[in-house]
Design a protein around this ligand. Structure first.
Ligand code: FMN
Length: 303
């Protein structure tokens, strides 16, 4: 079997498939499920300084994809710090894999949260979903995390109005240790034609698109980022099987995250996708996942 392990800044992922922040990792028990489901590293849902309100309904399947208006964790940070992170940490330690914790959003908020994470997290993932198009708030968030957190800090790119190459360069210049691309795309709007009501509650009925529909968009973002900065990239968007993940790795990612497919099919999916990646590498004569990383960039010649 091909070697699926991945090294990122001294952290060893047992395979490249990890959860993306979402309801699939909304509390300690779900993170335990993900670890038992074979994820290469564990990851916990984005927390911020307050509990998030929960618009209802906040998720809907649409043809070819999925829309949601879920915000960050509906549990306050105090609850995560008192109970949930300890559950996540114990599961990650038992499996011998790193724990990545997602935080949001502004520099001020990150400055409050990041120092408390040294006890629990091996790495941080900063969500930039509500920071707008200007790079300054993202840079402030990175600064705040780097000042008080001792491990690697990854920045997750939201595609709203962001030119990925410029954003990745700004993140690198600000000291980010890696880029996660991408978050969901939008805003979107979907209707129930029987009632004329929006499918989602919350802000105008707007939502964010994830799942299969966004995969080519996210792969393009990863491809552009890999061509721009020499940082580890974690690809995310529409992955539900081994070949999808292989595509992201060939575009330049070191690892991948999965959210929608885990919501739809369960937290055993990470191990399943990793096994499919291993089978694919074996069938194509590769000894390790690193042999195909960034392959697309070598093939990018005029034709
Ligand atoms: C219901 C739902 C909740 C999400 N919550 C978060 C979140 O709290 N933080 C975050 O950074 N991304 C969040 N995301 C985005 C996912 O982590 C992921 O980037 C996106 O859905 C694309 O991946 P996928 O197609 O595998 O779902 C959420 C996505 C969904 C569908």
């Amino acid at each position: 079997m091909a070697d699926l392990s991945v090294q990122i800044h001294g952290l060893t992922f047992r395979n490249p498939v990890i959860p993306a922040a979402g309801p699939n990792v909304r509390d300690g028990i779900r993170v335990v499920e993900a670890v038992h489901g074979g994820c290469g590293a564990a990851l916990s849902k984005t927390i911020s300084v307050d509990a998030a309100p929960v618009p209802m309904p906040h998720m809907a399947e649409v043809r070819g994809g999925f829309i949601n208006t879920e915000l960050w964790s509906e549990m306050p940070p105090e609850r995560w710090l008192a109970t949930e992170f300890a559950i996540c940490r114990a599961a990650a330690d038992e499996a011998g894999i790193p724990l990545i914790c997602s935080l949001g959003y502004t520099g001020q908020e990150i400055a409050q949260l990041a120092p408390k994470m040294n006890r629990w997290a091996d790495a941080l993932e900063l969500s930039t979903h509500y920071l707008g198009e200007d790079a300054t708030p993202m840079i402030e968030a990175i600064d705040a995390a780097k000042q008080s957190f001792h491990g690697p800090v990854f920045v997750k790119m939201s595609p709203l109005g962001r030119e990925m190459r410029a954003a990745a360069q700004a993140a690198k210049d600000a000291g980010a240790d890696g880029i996660v691309a991408t978050n969901s795309f939008g805003p979107t709007f979907g209707l129930d034609v029987e009632t004329g009501f929006p499918l989602l509650g919350g802000d105008n009925g707007y939502g964010w698109l994830s799942g299969a529909a966004i995969k080519p968009l996210s792969v393009r973002c990863v491809y552009d980022i890999a061509a721009t900065v020499d940082l580890p990239i974690i690809g995310v968007g529409g992955i539900s099987r081994g070949e999808d993940a292989i595509e992201f790795i060939m575009a330049g990612a070191s690892a991948v995250e999965v959210c929608t497919a885990a919501i739809m099919r369960g937290n055993h999916i990470y191990g399943e996708i990793a096994r499919q990646m291993g089978d694919w590498l074996d069938a194509h004569g590769y000894a390790s996942i690193t042999e195909i990383r960034g392959l697309a960039h070598k093939h990018n010649v005029p034709h």
